[in-house]
Design a protein around this ligand. Sequence first.
Ligand SMILES: NC(=O)C1=CN([C@@H]2O[C@H](COP(=O)(O)OP(=O)(O)OC[C@H]3O[C@@H](n4cnc5c(N)ncnc54)[C@H](O)[C@@H]3O)[C@@H](O)[C@H]2O)C=CC1
Ligand SMILES: Nc1nc(O)c(N)c(N[C@@H]2O[C@H](COP(=O)(O)O)[C@@H](O)[C@H]2O)n1
Length: 620
Amino acid sequence: MNDVPPRASDSSASADTLRSASVSPHEDARAGDVVENADQETQPLPDIMRDDAMDEDAPTEPVTAPINLSSALAKQAQQGNAYDSLSQNVTTEPSGSQPRAPGMQAAQSMFENPPNLARIRRVLFECKDPIEISLEEFETYWPFIDNVWVKQRTNASKEGHCTTDYYMCRLRRPTHRTSETRPLPEGKRPRKKRVREGGLCNFQIKVVRFDGAYTTVTIARTPGSGSIHSHDLDYIDRVKRNSGLMEFARRESAKGYLPSSIYTKFQEEPDKLNEAGGRFLTVTDVRNVSAKWRIQNPEVKLIPHDGYQLVKGHGIVKSVGPVSASETVQTQPIPSASSPHLPPDTLSFPNFSLDFLQPYLPNHSEKRELPHVTLSYASSMDSKISLLPGMQTVLSGPEAKLMTHYLRSRHDAILIGVGTVLADNPGLNCRLEGAGGFGGLGRMWQPRPVVIDPMGRWPIHPDCRMLRTAVEGKGKAPWVVVSPGAQINPQRLMMLKGYGGDFLRIVEYNQNWRLRWEAVLRALASEGIKSVMIEGGATVLSELLNPEYTNFIDSIIVTVAPTYLGRGGVSVSPDSKLDQEGKPNAALNPRDVKWTPLGQNVIMCGNIRQREPERPEEPV
Ligand SMILES: NC(=O)C1=CN([C@@H]2O[C@H](COP(=O)(O)OP(=O)(O)OC[C@H]3O[C@@H](n4cnc5c(N)ncnc54)[C@H](O)[C@@H]3O)[C@@H](O)[C@H]2O)C=CC1
Ligand SMILES: Nc1nc(O)c(N)c(N[C@@H]2O[C@H](COP(=O)(O)O)[C@@H](O)[C@H]2O)n1
């Protein structure tokens, strides 16, 4: 299978696992480890410096005479523009100034976008014609497009009046480099690297600065360059953030604001954020900028912006009413009141206490190798989770449903087997009011759906609820865990990636030729997942309740429904167990068990794995 290439950072693991992949195939089982998940949301790709891409002797004169910025904009407007939003500002009015009602206070914007930024980014990305601009214009706009370009070399004229910088598109060169084995400075962790195939885009430009009576900068394609990029600007914006945008984040960090608060505030101005190339900005990007500032200012206690608060388990949420300093950390999120603008499937935030869940929930401050795993499903009195194989069956009452969505919001990922996807076509998002897409910002509280589909049985298409949910901004696109034998054609791969999802390839099997759960969990951990809620279905749950997996399962939260589904139903039941004398024994007894009535259901919470004792605070 070569449509999902191995990732450089996993080279040692994949080498091992590829060895075991030569063992004979089986429907649900192949050997392995993750080979790729090129989700680039949070990983700025390393800069690529070059050597051979440009021909030194190639003529460097532009083919046509350069035009200035306004002509370039006018020309672009005539040609029509496929992906600038209609709302983009086309005047030269600074985009920060919006008409205001008399007496209205202007809310402080996070952005100081220069005029026409979206369009000028496009002009500087496309470089259709040579363009001559003033030095001031260059210095204003270039930082917002510098993510596209990687400098190759500089030539200066003998008199020093003319400097030419040669750039190639970031996607010209592969990210994989042999310098990976270079020793790292003490205390530095190796950077997670993504492999990108080289030669993707042959777009090259030169930036000629001429210092005369006044300084001009000419930007033009070089003769060896392709006439267009092989991708759009969004693609690059997803791969790497530009430095103009990150400067806004740095300025807010220097005011002592929490990265999550800065990120939240950015998301409140989506037009300006997109205009500045920040559509794919992540909270990790902001954290990286903030971390640099904090090295110089370690004593500063970071705070949320005015009108926001840090809510345990949910990050930054908008405050309702005035918030005093002592209230900045609360245990209960307070969502805003229902509004007609919310989608019709919005669930109101539980107005009853869910504190009983707390001891069984992930503690993200805990340092651990594998994610916290919660098994959570709804069962009948006779341990059935559906009436018939492949038939979705409602067992949770309204209160238990809200609880399930709350649990989803408290986990980084929701995992199910492909049998459940085929039976239920689920959304697997959090639909509580206040979650991203339901009145919340970005993908706030939204977990990552993960589907175990070793042979690629799921016919993923844009109508699947998980993809529709992602497109509507109401959840994240799924990651599909496959084995090396899965036939994933490139169109399918590109389609899923286009939605923000991905395939994770696992090449490790257990003795029954099933994917090793430890490898699945490790793969998720390596993608930054700290907690996983496993919802089903019957095959997945029954397997994980067996003794060999109890070390990986932290807690179990079962919604028990007052009904018997009967013998034809689909059971959740681990294998039978015998004691040392060969007598039948209980297969599994959860510990620290608590039963809590919730509407017509009863919720059984228990621990499976021994919990780490709480570590005492380290003395300062
Ligand atoms: N009441 C509830 O809370 C829930 C009920 N369900 C119900 O469960 C039923 C579906 O259950 P199942 O058919 O058992 O499907 P399933 O969702 O457990 O998926 C089973 C499939 O997943 C893959 N798989 C799982 N673990 C694997 C491993 N370790 N290695 C390799 N492949 C692995 C295999 O392809 C296997 O055929 C549906 O009727 C659904 O409605 C599902 C989730 C929750
Ligand atoms: N907690 C719970 N109670 C039930 O009665 C159920 N049937 C399920 N099923 C699980 O929820 C998924 C559906 O999710 P969406 O509502 O589509 O987001 C389904 O696939 C099962 O995993 N769960």
